[in-house]
Design a protein around this ligand. Structure first.
Ligand code: ANZ
Ligand code: ZN
Length: 803
C-alpha cells in the first residue's frame, strides 16, 4: 500500500488557498456566523486541547460553506488582563510588547490548524481602535444611569491586589490565583445588570443552548417569590422587615436574625448586651466571605430586644448572626427552626424553641431531629391556617399578608450589580473625569479612545488605587464641562469588558465612526453558532447577553440576544483525566504530530477521541488509526479514479446511505461518529471494489466532499484527482435520495425449530408465501419430520416448526 505524502499535499493546498480564498462573500449567499470564544494570548502557546475547539468550529464552518453559505469565521485576542500585567511586573516588559509577541506566536500556531479564519476581521481588545468602543459603551451606560459609583465592601483579592466581581469569586477564592478573597471598602464603578435581570431570565427561552448552561444562568439570576413581612420592634417605633420565601411558616417563627451589618443591629443592643453585640459586629466585619458562608458551626449573639410576630403577636427574640447576608433580601430574616436547616442548627445551639407548623401526615413529631424543609403537608399550630395544605398556602400567603397590611408580596433576585472597576494597569481606562463643580463627567465621545498611558511601575499599589494614580500628568486634567481643574478616574475596566461585545466588532472591525454599522449588523449578526468551553456559563455568557440587550435598547443593533446556538466542547486532558499544564508536565504539543502525521490526521483525531461535548483523555497512539484510514481512502481513490466503472445498484445504494448517515450525524453534532462512519463506509467500498473490479467515480467524489470539512487538504487533492477543477469547497453538498437507499434484496435466515440452517437472498418486498416456499426449498433435505407451523418474520426469518 502506498503512503500519501501529507507534507507535500498540505503545503500545496495551503499556498493554493492563499491565492484563491475559498470562503468569499458574493453578497448573494446566506450568511452563517460561526464564532470561537476568542483566546487570551498566553505565552505558553497551544496544546492539543486547544486544537479541539478550533477544529470543531472549523469543521462546522466548512460544513456550512459546503451547504452554500457565506461563513463568517473570525478570530481575535482577549488581550487585556492580569497575566500580561503579572508578566510585565516580573520581567519588566511592557504588557503591550509581550502581548504582541504572544499574539504573533499563537497566530502562527493557529495557522497550523488550517482553519478558514478571516484574518481581515481580526480584533484585539487592547487595540485603541477597539477599546475606543469599549469605552464608548461605558459612556452610553453612564448616560443612561447604568454605570454608577458606589462605595461598599467588595470582594478583594489580597494577592492580585484588586477588587473582583462576584462571578470571579469561586468557592470563596480568587478565580485567577486561588487566594482566599476578603472584603474591602472601596469606591467602585458598578454596572446595573440587575435592571436586566427579568429579561436575562425570560429570554433564555429563545436560545438553542445546552440546558445545563441555561440552568446555571437561571440559578445565578436566582429569582424567588415570597413576601416582605414587617415585625414591629417591641417598645419602639421601628419595625424590622424580613424577606421570606416561606410565609406559610409564619406561625413557626420563634426568633429573628439580622445580618451584623443591618442598620438597626447596633441600636437594638441593651445595656447588658452592648459589649457582646459590638464585638460580634466587629468580628464579622473582619471575616472573609468564605468563613461566613462555609457550613461551619453557627455563631450569633442575642441583642436583648424583641420583635412582635404580626400574625399572632408572639414575642420574638432578635439575634445577630453572620449566616444572614447583608446584601440579600432585606438583610433580616424570620427564623423557623422546624422547617429550615440553618435555623434548626441555630436554635439547637442556642436553645431556642422549635414549633412545628407543617406535618407531613397530619401528626406532630415529638422530638424533631432535623428540619422538615418541604413545602408539602398539613398546617398545624397555625391558627386560622390550620388544616390547609402548605404548598397552597405558600402560594397564597404573600397576597394575604399584603391584604392585611402586614407586609407585601415581593420578588427577589440573587443577581447583583456588576463591580466593574479594577485597581490595575493593564485594562481600558474608565473614561470619567471627576470635577469638583460638575461631579462625574464622561470623557467627550470625540476624545475617545482615552489611551492608556505608559507607566514606570506596573506594580499594583495595594492601597486600592491603580498604578495610573501615580502619573500626575495623566491624572490632572480639566473638566470638559466647566474647564476647572479636575482629575481622571484611575481605575480600569475588568477583562470582561472587551469580551462582552467583541463578536459585534468582527463584521466591521475597521469602522472608526461606529461600533458596527447598522447595515453590517443587520446583514451579518447575530452569531449563529458559538463554540467554547462550559467554564463561561455565567460570566462571559451573561455579560455578553446584558451588553447586547443594552446596545439593542439604545438602537446600536437590532437584536437582543448575541448567540443563537451554543456548543460547549469538552476538555482534552492528559492521562487519568488530569488537566494539561506545564507544571504537571503532561502537555502534548501538536507540532510533532503535525510533522509526523499531517494536519488532516490530527484534525480527525482531535474529533475521533470522543463525543465533542465530553472530556477526553489524550493518547498519542490513537492517531495511527485515523492516519491509516486516510491513507486507505487515498489509495481507494487513486486506484479507482481512472477505471470508468459503471455504478452498480449496490454502489448507488451505499453512496446514498453514506450521505444520509454522515449528514444526520453532522446535524446532531456527533462528529466522532461521523468519522467512525467514514471508516465503516471506506471498508465497505474497499470490499466492493475488490468484488466489482472498481468503484464508480460519483461515489468516490461524494465521499471526498463529505470528508473535506475534516481533512481539507486531502479533500482538495482527491477532488482534483477525480477531475474537479475548482475547490472541493465549491462543490455542492451531496443530496441523499431515500428511494435509492432502500435495500432491494434481503438476506433471510431459514430456521428449523429456531436454528438457522440456511440463508436465502430474496426481493425485499417478497410475499409471505413466496418467502416460506423459498425457505423450504433451501432446506428441503433437512425437512424430515412433520411440519406443524410456518412462521415468516418479514425481511428477516423463515422459521419452520417440525415435530
Ligand atoms: C423563613 C423561612 C422558613 C425561610 C423556612 C426558609 C424556610 P431564596 O431567596 O430562595 O434563596 N433569607 C432571606 N434573606 C436572607 C439573607 N439576607 N441571608 C440569608 N438568608 C436569607 O431563600 C430565601 C429564604 O432564605 C428566606 O425564606 C429566608 O428564610 C432566607 F422554613 O424565611 B426563609
Ligand atoms: Zn466641571
Amino acid at each position: 500500500m502506498s503512503q500519501y505524502n501529507h507534507t507535500a499535499i498540505e503545503k500545496k493546498w495551503r499556498s493554493n488557498w492563499e491565492k484563491n480564498p475559498i470562503n468569499v462573500n458574493d453578497g448573494k449567499k446566506e450568511k452563517y456566523y460561526c464564532l470561537d470564544m476568542f483566546p487570551y494570548p498566553s505565552g505558553s502557546g497551544l496544546h492539543v486541547g486547544h486544537w479541539r475547539g478550533y477544529v470543531i468550529s472549523d469543521v462546522w464552518s466548512r460544513y456550512q460553506l459546503l451547504k452554500g453559505k457565506y461563513v463568517i469565521h473570525p478570530m481575535g485576542w482577549d488581550a487585556f488582563g492580569l497575566p500580561a500585567e503579572n508578566y510585565a511586573i516580573k520581567m519588566g516588559v511592557h504588557p503591550a510588547i509581550s502581548t504582541a509577541e504572544n499574539v504573533k506566536n499563537i497566530k502562527r500556531q493557529i495557522g497550523e490548524i488550517a482553519a478558514i479564519y478571516d484574518w481581515d476581521m481580526e480584533v484585539n481588545t487592547t487595540d485603541p481602535g477597539f477599546y475606543k468602543w469599549t469605552q464608548w459603551i461605558f459612556v452610553q451606560m453612564f448616560k443612561k444611569g447604568l454605570a454608577y459609583e458606589k462605595e461598599f465592601p467588595i470582594n478583594w483579592c489580597p494577592s492580585c491586589k484588586t477588587g473582583l466581581a462576584n462571578e470571579e469569586v469561586v468557592n470563596g477564592c480568587c478565580e485567577r490565583c486561588g487566594t482566599t478573597v476578603t472584603k474591602k471598602n472601596l469606591r467602585q464603578w458598578m454596572l446595573k445588570i440587575t435592571a436586566y435581570a427579568e429579561r436575562l431570565l425570560n429570554d433564555l427561552d429563545k436560545l438553542d443552548w445546552p440546558e445545563k448552561v441555561k440552568k446555571m444562568q437561571t440559578d445565578w439570576i436566582g429569582k424567588s417569590y415570597g413576601a416582605e413581612v414587617d415585625f414591629p420592634v417591641e417598645g419602639r417605633d421601628e419595625k424590622i422587615t424580613v424577606y421570606t420565601t416561606r410565609p406559610d411558616t409564619l406561625y413557626g417563627a420563634t426568633f429573628m436574625v439580622l445580618a451584623p451589618e443591618h442598620s438597626l443591629a447596633k441600636s437594638l443592643a441593651t445595656d447588658e448586651t452592648r459589649e457582646a453585640v459590638e464585638k460580634y459586629i466587629f468580628d464579622a466585619s473582619m471575616k472573609s466571605n468564605v468563613d461566613r458562608l462555609q457550613d461551619k458551626e453557627k455563631t450569633g449573639v442575642f441583642t436583648g430586644s424583641y420583635a412582635v410576630n404580626p400574625l399572632n403577636g408572639a414575642k420574638t427574640p432578635i439575634w445577630l448572626s453572620d449566616y444572614v447576608l447583608a446584601d440579600y433580601g432585606t438583610g433580616a430574616i424570620m427564623c423557623v427552626p422546624a422547617h429550615d436547616d440553618r435555623d434548626f442548627e441555630f436554635a439547637k445551639k442556642f436553645n431556642i424553641p422549635i414549633i412545628q407548623v407543617i406535618a407531613k401526615d397530619g401528626k406532630e413529631i415529638e422530638d424533631m431531629m432535623e428540619a422538615y424543609t418541604e413545602a408539602s403537608g398539613i398546617m398545624i399550630n397555625s391558627g386560622e391556617w390550620n388544616g390547609m395544605e402548605s404548598s397552597v398556602l405558600k402560594q397564597e400567603a404573600p397576597a394575604m399578608i399584603e391584604e392585611r397590611g402586614l407586609g407585601k408580596k415581593t420578588v427577589n433576585y440573587k443577581l447583583r450589580d456588576w463591580v466593574f472597576s479594577r485597581q490595575r494597569y493593564w485594562g481600558e481606562p474608565i473614561p470619567i473625569i471627576h470635577c469638583p463643580n460638575c461631579g462625574n463627567v464622561p470623557v467627550p465621545e470625540d476624545q475617545l479612545p482615552l489611551e492608556l498611558p505608559k507607566v514606570e511601575s506596573y506594580q499594583p499599589t495595594g492601597t486600592g488605587e491603580s498604578p495610573l494614580a501615580g502619573i500626575d500628568e495623566w491624572v490632572n486634567t480639566t473638566c470638559p464641562c466647566c474647564g476647572a481643574p479636575a482629575k481622571r478616574e484611575t481605575n480600569t475596566m475588568p477583562q470582561w469588558a472587551g469580551s462582552s461585545w467583541y463578536f459585534l466588532r468582527y463584521v466591521d472591525s475597521k469602522n472608526n465612526e461606529e461600533l458596527v454599522s447598522r447595515e453590517k449588523a443587520d446583514k451579518y449578526l447575530p452569531v449563529d453558532m458559538y463554540i467554547g468551553g462550559v467554564e463561561h456559563a455565567v460570566l462571559h455568557l451573561l455579560y455578553s447577553r446584558f451588553y447586547t440587550k443594552f446596545l439593542c435598547d439604545i438602537g446600536a443593533i437590532d437584536f437582543d440576544e448575541p448567540f443563537k446556538k451554543l456548543f460547549n466542547q469538552g476538555m482534552i486532558t492528559g492521562k487519568n483525566g488530569i488537566k494539561m499544564s506545564k507544571s504537571k508536565g503532561n502537555v502534548v504539543s501538536p507540532d510533532d504530530l503535525v510533522r509526523d502525521y499531517g494536519c488532516d490526521s490530527l484534525r480527525l483525531y482531535e474529533l475521533f477521541v470522543g463525543p465533542p461535548e465530553l472530556d477526553a483523555e489524550w493518547d498519542d497512539r490513537g492517531i495511527e488509526g485515523v492516519s491509516r484510514f486516510l491513507n486507505r481512502f487515498y489509495n481507494l481513490v487513486m486506484d479507482n479514479k481512472d477505471k470508468e466503472v459503471e455504478a452498480t445498484k449496490e454502489m448507488i445504494k451505499i453512496r446514498h446511505k453514506l450521505v444520509f448517515d454522515i449528514e444526520q450525524r453532522f446535524e446532531q453534532f456527533s462528529l466522532n461518529t461521523v468519522i467512525s462512519g467514514f471508516m465503516e463506509y471506506n471498508n465497505k467500498l474497499i470490499d466492493l471494489a475488490k468484488k466489482e473490479g472498481g468503484i464508480d467515480r460519483e461515489t468516490l467524489r461524494t465521499f471526498t466532499v463529505l470528508l473535506a470539512p475534516f481533512a481539507p487538504h486531502l479533500g482538495e487533492e482527491l477532488w482534483q484527482a477525480l477531475g474537479g477543477t475548482d475547490s472541493v469547497f465549491h462543490a455542492e453538498w451531496p443530496e441523499c435520495d431515500p428511494e435509492k437507499m432502500k435495500d432491494d434484496e434481503k438476506e433471510i435466515a431459514v430456521q428449523i425449530n429456531g436454528k438457522t440452517r440456511a440463508v436465502v437472498t430474496l426481493p425485499a418486498d417478497v410475499s409471505k408465501e413466496d418467502a416460506i416456499a423459498a425457505g423450504k426449498e433451501a432446506v428441503k433435505d433437512k425437512l424430515t419430520g412433520n411440519v406443524v407451523k410456518e412462521i415468516y418474520v418479514p425481511g428477516r426469518i423463515v422459521n419452520i416448526v417440525m415435530k
